[in-house]
Design a protein. Structure first.
Length: 107
């Protein structure tokens, strides 16, 4: 599924990358070590962690997209890191619970 297919359901604002990014599922966590240990390749990371370490973890775990919830501000260095690592970053006003449920319903 492409991010484009869930963009309106999740109220996604694309900040970096492409809505044509292909995702195969989702993983919700703010504990980055948990993400590295348990997220499946191809999943979108749903989190409130908005910093460059989040991008590094997504890259290491082969996660093509990060969805930042609660309309958190995204620092410029995170966007630059995402571009360098070809990871799409979207922001939503939804909570992690709401975003996860809506993504799960679409899968």
């Amino acid at each position: 599924m492409k991010l484009r297919e869930i963009a309106s359901d999740l109220g996604l604002e694309l900040l970096s990358g492409s809505l044509d990014t292909e995702i195969s599922g989702g993983y919700t966590s703010d504990l980055l070590s948990d993400v590295m240990a348990h997220a499946e390749d191809g999943a979108a990371l749903i989190t409130i962690q908005a910093h460059t370490n989040t991008v590094a973890v997504a890259s290491h775990a082969d996660l093509p997209a990060i969805i930042v919830c609660n309309e958190r501000p995204i620092p410029e260095d995170m966007l630059l890191a995402a571009e360098e690592n070809r990871i799409s970053i979207c922001r939503t006003a939804l909570t992690q619970f709401e975003a996860s449920g809506k993504l799960f319903a679409r899968l």
